[in-house]
Design a protein around this ligand. Structure first.
Ligand code: ADP
Length: 151
């Protein structure tokens, strides 16, 4: 049976840390749906959502197992739509853990067939966060080292 996983997030912007998670997840799943959500508390994006979709699609243009979608509904609903049995999330530290723990319990409650799989960050990406990148970019700093070339 085909194993599909959704990798949900804001991806504002999509970083090398996110890319690393997807490349590693490709060893575990047949298909990865990168879901860019804009229903959360982070409504005011810094980077335009359509631009980010295009850039992420560029990153994976030679990897047909990766799809990029924008969604404005529950992540568990998105997973059902794509027949995905798994959610992928990345963990960098205990703060991520506390947050992710709560979300995964709720997603499990909303869809009992949905299993969240956590991948621990690779050490070289452990301090990359979209929030910090936005801050540095806002004040003119060069952040290209932390982002995939296409982004
Ligand atoms: P959200 O707003 O849902 O937290 P993000 O775009 O910030 O969305 O992150 C999406 C997922 O990627 C989350 O599970 C987050 O913990 C994970 N992630 C973010 N940065 C990294 C990184 N550098 N290494 C590993 N995982 C990461």
């Amino acid at each position: 049976m085909k194993k599909t996983a959704v990798f949900p997030g804001s991806f504002d912007p999509y970083t090398n840390g996110h890319h690393d998670i997807v490349m590693r997840a490709l060893n575990l799943f047949d298909e990865i749906i990168i879901g860019i959500g804009y229903n959360s508390s982070k409504q005011n994006r810094y980077f335009e959502i359509d631009t980010m979709v295009n850039r992420i699609e560029e990153v994976y243009k030679d990897i047909p197992q990766v799809k990029v979608v924008v969604y404005n509904e529950l992540t568990s609903t998105l997973a059902k739509k794509y027949d995905a049995g798994f959610l992928i999330r990345g963990l960098r530290n205990t703060t991520d853990f506390e947050y992710e723990n709560t979300i995964s319990q709720m997603n499990r409650y909303l869809n009992e067939n949905l299993e969240t799989v956590f991948l621990i960050t690779s050490p070289q990406y452990a301090s990359i966060s979209s929030t910090i990148i936005r801050e540095v970019h806002r004040y003119g700093g060069n952040v290209s080292e932390f982002l995939p070339y296409e982004v």
